[in-house]
Unconditional design. Structure first.
Length: 132
């Protein structure tokens, strides 16, 4: 019997567990409920830059999520001034997912590179900083 443990830190409104291969699994979830803040990040047109979203009320731990089909690459960028942005997370063609990192920034936006039209939905979430 193979046993493995995986610990993940993330901010989320909803979570789901899936199993494949018919294996029995036990899933335990523990949380600090600080309340959550969530923002949808507008998806830019193919090979474009989306509108910036103010996340200044968010805490420093943030989870970026990209879901749905897309081509090319979707980058999630963060900025302290809404003008100069740096890449926070990158999602490759057809590989939606999530990433949690500590970040410093007041604005976030999505960038599409080498992508055709898609229906992906980038989001970001964070524990409520006022509750920490």
């Amino acid at each position: 019997t193979k046993t493995s443990t995986k610990t993940l830190s993330f901010a989320a409104d909803n979570i789901r567990a899936r199993s494949s291969g018919g294996a029995a699994a036990t899933i335990n979830i523990g949380a600090n409920d600080y309340g959550g803040l969530f923002a949808n990040i507008p998806l830019p047109p193919a090979n474009g830059v989306g509108a910036a979203v103010d996340i200044s009320a968010f805490g420093s731990l943030a989870t970026a999520i990209v879901q749905g089909p897309f081509g090319g690459v979707i980058g999630i960028q963060v900025s302290t001034d809404g003008v100069q942005f740096v890449e926070y997370a990158t999602f490759a063609k057809g590989r939606p997912g999530w990433v949690t990192r500590t970040m410093v920034g007041d604005f976030v936006r999505a960038v599409s590179r080498g992508a055709g039209s898609g229906t992906s939905k980038p989001d970001t979430s964070s524990p409520d900083a006022s509750a920490l």
